[in-house]
Unconditional design. Structure first.
Length: 187
């Protein structure tokens, strides 16, 4: 069975973006991105909400072609372009760059997708989707990247609707920019 992994970058106070939806304050790092590349190398499907898709897609589709792109940027961009991209939206949309727009019963859709042949799937942040899939018990790994920044207010990753339960810490990695990656799995 395929795993469904969550990758979320959060502020120390638990927000995936500040109150305006900006990611300012999250400092990128080559080592950090290479680490994310290692995680997604076991995945063939990227899942994201509409806002995350609109943020990631324009950059990552072309990032590998930039003359000053780092090795990690090229690596992630290639993975992104080769992966199946599922953008989740309440409204039906047409394919733009090879992605599929998913709407309707997400729990049914992703429970069935986990049973299909293929590599693992990764959900990038997208709190609403995360809450729905987490409450149905469909998240297998939680990769939380905690950044040394406080937003005060913003878009929280963990909000109402989270299914209570115990998790096991599987791995921890600290990066030079102060970010801390933590992997949790269910018991």
């Amino acid at each position: 069975m395929r795993k469904l992994k969550l990758i979320a970058h959060i502020s120390l106070d638990g927000f995936i973006a500040n109150a305006t939806g900006s990611l300012e304050g999250f400092q990128a790092g080559e080592e950090n991105l290479n680490f994310v590349c290692d995680i997604v190398s076991s995945c063939d499907t990227a899942i994201m909400g509409k806002n995350t898709f609109l943020l990631l897609d324009p950059f990552w589709l072309k990032a590998k072609d930039h003359s000053n792109a780092s090795e990690a940027t090229v690596r992630f961009s290639k993975w992104y372009c080769e992966s199946k991209r599922l953008a989740v939206s309440k409204a039906s949309r047409k394919s733009i760059h090879g992605e599929e727009w998913v709407n309707g019963n997400l729990v049914y859709h992703f429970a069935a997708a986990k049973k299909q042949a293929g590599k693992d799937m990764v959900l990038f942040a997208s709190p609403g989707i995360f809450h729905e899939l987490q409450s149905a018990g469909l998240i297998d790994e939680y990769w939380i990247f905690t950044n040394p920044v406080l937003f005060g207010t913003g878009i929280p990753l963990f909000d109402k609707g989270i299914k209570p339960g115990s998790l096991t810490l599987k791995k921890v990695q600290q990066f030079p920019n102060g970010e801390l990656a933590q992997c949790y799995g269910g018991n």
